[in-house]
Design a protein around this ligand. Structure first.
Ligand code: TEU
Length: 558
C-alpha cells in the first residue's frame, strides 16, 4: 500500500472558502448580504489565498430555511441581486484565480416551487416528482422524524395524501425514482456549468435514494432506510456522467449525513466517477451525549482522535478523499465550541485547530469569519434567533419540561445562528456589514474581532490561515502524503500525526487543552519547523512540553 496521490488534481492543493451570502456584506442597506457585497470583497479573499468560493444557495426562495428551500433552480434570489451580478461575480473571481462553487439542493424543493404547486393542483406528472403516500390507518404513512423536529409527513387535505419532508414542512423531498426528475436535475446543473461555475456542493446528497417500500422504524427516526440509500451510487454516477463529468476540472463535494467510511470511499474514489470528495459529520458529534444534539456535554477528545485517525487512514488506504472542516453555516464556531474564545487563548486555540485540520489529507474548507476567529453569537433572548431548526427545537425543549433558561443555554451552544451572524469587517456600527438593520444581530465583540484589525496585526488568526494555505501549495507532502496516526500513550491531551510522502516526513503535534502538556513524541535534529502558533519551538530536551493550545508542524529534511 502506498496510498500516495499519484496525480495531483487541482483540489488536492486547493482551499475552499464558504460564503453565506445573507451574512457576508450588504451593499443596499436592506440588512441582507448580496452578490455585489461578495464582488466587493474579492480582493480580501484573493489576499487570503483561497481557490474556490462556495456560495450557499442564492436561488429564489421563500427563505424558510435561508435558501435551502429552493423555489427555482435556475435564477437568482432578487434580495441577492440578479443574473448580471452573478455573471460578473464569476468573471471577477476568475480574474483573481478563484472559481465559484454553487450549492445544489437536490434532495428537496421549496413547496413554493412550481413543480410542487402543480402537484398540489393534482397534476399527475408533478405528483410523481415528489413522494406522496396514502394515509395508513388514518395516520402518517410511517413514523419517520423530520430532521427539524416532528413527523416527516405532512397531510394535504385536498389530495387526501401525505408528502415526505425530511427537513422543514416547506421542503418537500423529490422522487429520484422518476427519470423525469433526474432529467430536471441535470438541466439545472448544466445551466450553471454553462455559466462558468467550477464546482458544486451537493446538499444532503446521500439522502436522495429512498427504498421502494417505506416502513416504520422501531429503533430510530427512519434515517437507516434512506441514508446512503439503495440506488445512491447509481444516481451519483448518472449525475456525474450527465453533468459535471463532461467538463474538465470541476470540483464536487457531497454533504453526507450520518454516512459511513465505506460509502464515502466509494463516493470519492476517482475510479468510481461519482464525486471529488465528501463531508461527513462524525467528528462534530463528539459533544453530543448519546448522539443527541439538543443536550450539552463537553467534547470527548479521545473519540475525536479515533474518528479522525480511522477516517484519515481509511481514506488513504482505499483512495478516497475527505473535505476537511470544523465550521459551516450549520455548526457553532470552533473556537467557542472546542477551544477557548477568551483573550489570548482565542488566538492560540483558533490557530491550533486550524493547523490540526489544514495539514491533514483532504481539501480544507474555511467558513466565513473562521479566519478571523469569530465566536458564537452570544444571544440571550429567543427573539434574537432566526433559524427554523433552533426555533422548532426550542419549543420542543420547553414541551419536554425544560425551563426557558435551560433551553436558551442549549441554543447558545448549539444553534446554527452561532455561525450565521454577519461578518465582522470593522469596528463601525453593525461591524461594517450593513448600513441598515442586519437580518440577524452582529455578535457584540466586533470592536475587537474584525477583519480590519486582523489585516493590520501580523500575529492575527487571518495571517496564520494565509500561511497554512501557502504551505499546502508549497509542499506536495501536504496534498499528496499518507496519513499515519502518532500515539502519545503518555498524554491524552496530545493529538499528533505524521504525513509521509516519497520518504519525506511531516509531523503535526497539537495540545488540545489550555494547560501545558508534555509529550512522548519526539523529533530529531533532522526536523525543521514549518509553522507554530507560538514564536519559537518548545524546549526539546528529554520530553518536550507543549504550551497551552500549542500546535507545531515539523518537516524532516532529506
Ligand atoms: O444540512 C443537513 C443536515 O442534516 C444538518 O447539517 C442540519 O442542518 C443540522 O445540523 C441538523 O442538526 C443541509 C444544509 O447544510 C442545511 O443548512 C439545510 O438546512 C439542510 O441541509 C436542508 O437543506
Amino acid at each position: 500500500m502506498t496510498g500516495y496521490i499519484s496525480k495531483i488534481e487541482p483540489w488536492h492543493k486547493s482551499v475552499v472558502y464558504q460564503i453565506y451570502p445573507k451574512s457576508f456584506l450588504d451593499t443596499t442597506g436592506n440588512g441582507t448580504g448580496d452578490l455585489r457585497g461578495i464582488i466587493r470583497k474579492l480582493d480580501y479573499l484573493q489576499h487570503l489565498g483561497v481557490d474556490y468560493l462556495w456560495l450557499t444557495p442564492v436561488y429564489p426562495s421563500p427563505q424558510h430555511d435561508n435558501g435551502y428551500d429552493v423555489a427555482d433552480y435556475c435564477a437568482i434570489e432578487p434580495a441577492y441581486g440578479n443574473m448580471d451580478d452573478f455573471e460578473e461575480l464569476v468573471q471577477e473571481a476568475e480574474s483573481r484565480g478563484m472559481g465559484i462553487m454553487l450549492d445544489m439542493v437536490f434532495n428537496h424543493t421549496s413547496t413554493e416551487h412550481i413543480w410542487f404547486q402543480k402537484a398540489l393542483e393534482g397534476d399527475p406528472k408533478y405528483l410523481d416528482y415528489y413522494i406522496f403516500r396514502d394515509p395508513v390507518e388514518g395516520k402518517e404513512p410511517t413514523n419517520w422524524q423530520s430532521k427539524f423536529g416532528g413527523n416527516a409527513w405532512e397531510f394535504v387535505p385536498s389530495l387526501g395524501q401525505y408528502y415526505l419532508h425530511l427537513f422543514d414542512v416547506t421542503q418537500a423531498d423529490l422522487n429520484w425514482e422518476n427519470p423525469e426528475v433526474q432529467e430536471e436535475i441535470y438541466r439545472a446543473a448544466n445551466f450553471w456549468l454553462d455559466k462558468g461555475v467550477r464546482g458544486f456542493r451537493l446538499d444532503v446528497i446521500n439522502l436522495i435514494s429512498k427504498p421502494d417500500q417505506l416502513e416504520n422504524d422501531y429503533v430510530g427516526d427512519g434515517r437507516r432506510f434512506y441514508t446512503d440509500g439503495p440506488r445512491i451510487h447509481e444516481f451519483l454516477k448518472e449525475l456525474n456522467r450527465n453533468t459535471f463529468g463532461q467538463h474538465e476540472k470541476i470540483i464536487t463535494v457531497g454533504e453526507m449525513s450520518s454516512t459511513t467510511l465505506e460509502n464515502c470511499i466509494r463516493y470519492s474514489n476517482p475510479e468510481e466517477r461519482e464525486l471529488s470528495m465528501t463531508f461527513n459529520f462524525h467528528h462534530l458529534k463528539v459533544d453530543y451525549p448519546g448522539g443527541e444534539k439538543w443536550k450539552l456535554a463537553p467534547p470527548d477528545f479521545q473519540s475525536l482522535k479515533k474518528l479522525f485517525n480511522s477516517w484519515q487512514t481509511g481514506m488513504t488506504e482505499k483512495g478516497g478523499w475527505n473535505a476537511l472542516f470544523w465550521c459551516n453555516h450549520d455548526q457553532p464556531r470552533v473556537v467557542s465550541r472546542l477551544g477557548d474564545d477568551t483573550g489570548e487563548n482565542r488566538l492560540l486555540s483558533a490557530k491550533m485547530f486550524a493547523t490540526l485540520i489544514h495539514l491533514m489529507r483532504g481539501t480544507p474548507y474555511i467558513y466565513q469569519g473562521e479566519e478571523l476567529g469569530m465566536t458564537n453569537a452570544g444571544f440571550s433572548h429567543i427573539e434574537q434567533y432566526r433559524d427554523v431548526e433552533s426555533l422548532n427545537h426550542y419549543q420542543q425543549l420547553l414541551d419536554q419540561g425544560l425551563s426557558e433558561n435551560e433551553a436558551m443555554a442549549i441554543l447558545a451552544e448549539r444553534s446554527r445562528d452561532n455561525a450565521r451572524t454577519p461578518i465582522q469587517w470593522d469596528n463601525s456600527p453593525h461591524a461594517g456589514f450593513t448600513e441598515g438593520k442586519p437580518w440577524l444581530e452582529v455578535a457584540d465583540n466586533y470592536q475587537e474581532i474584525n477583519a480590519r484589525q486582523a489585516l493590520e496585526d501580523e500575529n492575527s488568526i487571518l495571517n496564520y490561515y494565509r500561511d497554512l494555505i501557502r504551505l499546502r501549495k508549497e509542499y506536495d507532502i501536504i496534498a499528496a502524503g499518507n496519513y499515519i496516526p502518532l500515539e502519545d500513550h503518555h498524554n491524552s491531551a496530545i493529538f499528533a500525526y505524521r504525513r509521509e510522502y516519497r520518504s519525506q516526513n511531516l509531523m503535526v503535534i497539537c495540545n488540545l487543552t489550555g494547560s501545558p502538556a508534555k509529550t512522548s513524541i519526539e523529533w530529531g535534529p533532522g526536523y525543521h519547523l514549518l509553522i507554530n502558533n507560538y514564536h519559537q519551538l518548545p524546549h526539546n530536551d528529554g520530553m518536550p512540553e507543549l504550551r497551552p493550545w500549542e500546535s507545531l508542524a515539523l518537516l524532516e529534511l532529506i
